[in-house]
Design a protein around this ligand. Structure first.
Ligand code: GDP
Ligand code: MG
Length: 313
């Protein structure tokens, strides 16, 4: 594989030089703004990602760039096609605008704003970042002087609630240790951090369903970026089966690809918040079509608003 970097005034110029010098099979690996314009890294002889075919006419340089940028993330091809088709309809000179429209068209976004009566249960596979998300919610509530009591059902595994307890010392909001089959009695806003489950294990799912039911809680899936898209599609279906509608993405700082998250969203889960740092004080971000579009179009190794913590992670 031959990898080369090109600097040009505009993306269109860079793409035409790349085509000229590396041929029509060149793959764009990433781009980053530089004082002279834009720096684009391209390669030839690399396996080319599947590209949605258009028979009618040749793709414009921008359209080709957009398709490659989306394909890089590895979401199922049918999803990529839907996103790119809508983006092509918009055909704004600013690719981010077109892609925002494509993302907005294909996925649902449903922000989580804790209210005085909110009852949420963070569910997901082990190690997804549930406890860090719970701690971030607790800290943000404390900073806004909102009441939010936290409970954890991760009480059997040694250290399951260690981080929450450490944080609780600082914000004076100790988490309640809750048996998975007991109700968390509290009249105000409640958040339950749960033990990790295997979504394909009927016993695990029955147990978590009971925790959710007893607490009249909304189960919210916590899912780290970087996972396998087809695995995440299955996972999303399994969690939808127990009433999950929204997900919180984590580890956007360490993953280069968000195709797994796109696949989970394509399987019917709404995007809401995102975490991009293990540091609790870094908090959570609301995920929007525009921020996701910028992330997808960005150089996977560059910082964006969503993953700028990667250097310190
Ligand atoms: N880099 C990074 N690490 C994270 C993030 N969220 C969680 N982690 C780390 O991932 C590991 C598992 O997180 P934890 O909250 O305990 O996961 P849980 O098992 O779902 O409760 C811990 O080492 C966390 O510090 C994130 O957004 N970025
Ligand atoms: Mg945990």
């Amino acid at each position: 594989m031959q990898v080369r970097t090109f600097i040009a005034r505009t993306m269109a110029e860079a793409l035409s030089t790349i085509r000229e010098q590396l041929g029509p099979d060149a793959v764009i690996l990433g781009s980053t703004p530089v004082p002279e314009g834009v720096e684009v890294t391209a390669a030839v002889d690399a396996p080319v990602e599947p590209v949605p075919a258009r028979q009618d006419d040749a793709l414009s340089d921008d359209a080709a760039f957009l398709i490659r940028a989306v394909a890089f993330h590895g979401a199922p091809t049918t999803l990529n096609e839907r996103i790119c088709r809508r983006a092509a309809e918009i055909d704004d000179p600013d690719l981010a605008v077109s892609l925002t429209a494509g993302i907005d068209d294909v996925f649902r976004f449903d922000p989580i704003v804790p209210r005085p009566k909110t009852s949420l249960a963070l569910v997901g596979p082990p190690g997804a970042g549930k406890t860090v998300v719970a701690a971030k919610f607790a800290l943000e509530a404390a900073l806004r002087r909102q009441e939010l009591r936290i409970a954890t059902t991760d009480i059997e595994r040694p250290g399951g609630d260690t981080r929450l307890r450490e944080l609780a010392k600082i914000i004076e909001n100790p988490p309640v240790r809750l048996s998975p089959e007991r109700r968390f009695e509290f009249p105000g806003a409640r958040l339950i951090d749960t033990e990790g489950v295997n979504p394909f294990d009927a016993y695990d799912m029955a147990r978590i369903t009971e925790t959710v039911r007893i607490n009249d809680a909304e189960p919210v899936l916590v899912l780290p970026a970087g996972g396998d898209p087809y695995e995440y599609e299955d996972m999303a279906a399994a969690f939808r089966g127990i009433g999950v509608r929204r997900m919180i993405a984590t580890r956007l700082d360490t993953a280069r690809r968000v195709g797994g998250l796109l696949a989970a969203a394509g399987a019917g889960l709404s995007f809401s918040l995102a975490g991009a740092s293990p540091v609790i004080a870094d908090g959570l971000h609301q995920l929007t079509p525009a921020s996701l579009a910028r992330l997808i179009l960005s150089d996977p190794d560059a910082d964006t608003a969503l993953n700028r913590n990667r250097k310190t992670a």
